[in-house]
Write a protein that binds this ligand. Structure first.
Ligand code: FAD
Length: 478
């Protein structure tokens, strides 16, 4: 029965008794406007996001998630799903609807003999890394430890191990998913295979994942981490040396090139503060001494501004970039696939990086390939696997007054590079706010789009889960 008939703000029309009854069925807490926790419950990592949900269900277990999905569906409420709250576009929140907040569901069970870990849907990368590293194991996740595993994994998941062991989604062996009809399903190689296929790259379209089971690989506990900064006028040589190096080196390394400006902190020489840099960062997952030798060529390309490389615990290495992304800062990111690092592209990236209004904004070059490209294009929902480079355009700034200029910089950079250099599509974990609409989604899902629409029609025909990179439900030939 639908009680929320006002489409503009259906949450406001809900009868108090109905909401009270819902709250009484939850093991976790239901937060409403006016509650002491409301302001905290409506904050996500990106300070640009300012939304006012009618209800936030802080779930404590699968039964809570089922109750919340049923409540949203039966009352026709806009529904947002929050894992780690680090989605750049802020779709973990909604105005006037219900937020299913899993951030309290952070348990991780490791099976060291079977080399798997089951992680609840609200875990951060740090939760999983800490638990798995006790056994010298790791699931391939992302680069910043405070990020949530759920959003990250559902749209791919690229970290230091992507070329060695694949994307996060490539290492999911099963998941538990609450679908729009309120069922709790197992999705794996033998049950609900189409759902299992779709959640490995198709984002939050298909239901709420209450836990992921990951395959674990031996990594660390000590690793060697390359973190070297060169003057930006050597960008062509640095980025191309790395490219040539990877063509000969084993796939163990998944480097990241970063173009930015030297921060005014003591680790960097004061005469370089504010100067443009090109950095190479990479993690060698095996023996640190072997890693130091293997990474040598990336650290000797020319005279560096600064070389912060060294051995670290894997858990520490996973936090090296954390402080670059403080909670509550303002962020707007986009990405695009490019087929080669041509001179013209590098020159244009340098121009755009130099024009960034904020000194903490960067343009990043993700070296792809290796294990992530060895999975078939249609084997999981994640597409564009063969593209050798992904460019990330990260607008990062602090003050609201600077928002318009920074958003404009990201959009201009994106549209210029897209027009001249991209093969189409973007990485749906760095999506901007998806203003480009369905065309870009189709490019990003490539040959998997139609099948995703069909799986969506099976599991979410009413498009309850639509606050995401949304795929319209569509049966084939309908
Ligand atoms: P949330 O905002 O909680 O969720 C994002 C979306 O995912 C939601 O809107 C919803 O649609 C869906 N969702 C979340 N939880 C669930 C669930 N349990 N079930 C179903 N749907 C759900 N990506 C990389 O690949 N590699 C990186 O190295 C990397 N670094 C990053 C660093 C920072 C600082 C940030 C902010 C992001 C980074 N990302 C990276 C991008 C990141 O993968 C996405 O922002 C991702 O969405 C974050 O997931 P979350 O659970 O924290 O986000």
């Amino acid at each position: 029965m639908s009680r929320g008939t006002d489409r503009d703000d259906p949450g406001e029309k809900l009868a108090v008794e109905l909401v009270d009854e819902f709250a009484s069925r939850l093991r976790g807490q239901l937060v409403r406007p006016g509650d002491p926790d409301y302001e905290a419950a409506r904050k996500v990592w990106n300070g640009l996001i300012d939304k006012r949900p009618a209800l936030v269900a802080r779930c404590d277990g699968d039964e809570d998630v089922i109750a919340a999905v049923n409540f949203a569906r039966d009352n026709d409420l806009p529904l947002a799903v929050r894992g780690g709250g680090h989605g750049v576009a802020g779709l973990a929140l909604c105005d006037g609807g219900l937020v299913i907040d899993l951030s309290g569901m952070t348990g991780v069970d490791v099976d060291p003999d079977g080399r798997t870990a089951r992680a609840r849907g609200g875990c951060t990368l740090a939760d999983v890394d800490r638990a798995t590293q006790r056994h010298g194991l790791a699931a391939p996740l992302g680069l910043v430890s405070k990020t949530g595993i759920a959003g990250l994994t559902l749209s791919g998941g690229m970290g230091w191990l992507r070329r060695a062991y694949g994307l996060s989604c490539d290492n999911v062996v099963s998941a538990r998913v609450v679908t729009a009809d309120g069922r709790l399903l197992t999705a794996d190689g033998s049950e609900n295979g189409d759902l299992f296929w779709a959640i490995r790259g198709g984002g939050g379209n298909f239901g709420v994942v209450t836990s992921f089971e990951y395959r674990l690989l031996p990594v660390g506990p000590e690793v060697f981490f390359c973190n070297v900064y060169y003057p930006a006028d050597r960008a062509g040589e640095v980025l191309r040396t790395c490219e040539q190096y990877l063509s000969k080196a084993p796939d163990q390394l998944g480097p990241l090139g970063v173009l930015g400006r030297v921060p005014e902190i003591e680790e960097f020489p004061s005469e370089a503060h504010g100067e443009p840099f090109v950095a190479l960062l990479a993690l060698f997952p095996g023996d640190p001494a072997e890693g130091e030798e293997a990474l040598g060529p990336l650290r000797e390309i020319t005279e560096p501004i600064c070389d912060l490389s060294g051995p670290l615990s894997y858990v520490e290495a996973q936090t090296v970039l954390d402080e670059d992304y403080p909670d509550g800062g303002r962020y707007y990111w986009k990405s695009l696939n490019v087929p080669e690092l041509s001179d013209a592209l590098i020159e244009r990236i340098l121009e755009h990086a130099a024009a960034a209004p904020s000194p903490t904004s960067t343009i990043d070059v993700w070296y792809q390939g290796g294990a992530m490209a060895q999975v078939g294009e249609e084997e999981t929902a994640f597409a564009n696997r063969g593209v050798p480079y992904l460019l990330g355009i990260e607008g990062n700034w602090e003050e609201e007054a600077d928002s318009a200029a920074n958003v404009a910089w990201v959009r201009d950079t994106f549209s210029d590079l897209r027009d001249s250099f991209s093969t189409g599509g973007l990485y749906l974990n760095f999506p901007g706010f998806l203003e480009e609409g369905e065309q870009l989604l189709r490019e990003s899902f490539g040959p998997n789009y139609e099948r995703l629409a069909a799986v969506k029609a099976t599991y979410d025909p009413g498009n309850l889960f639509r606050l995401n990179a949304n795929i319209e439900p569509k049966k084939p030939n309908s």
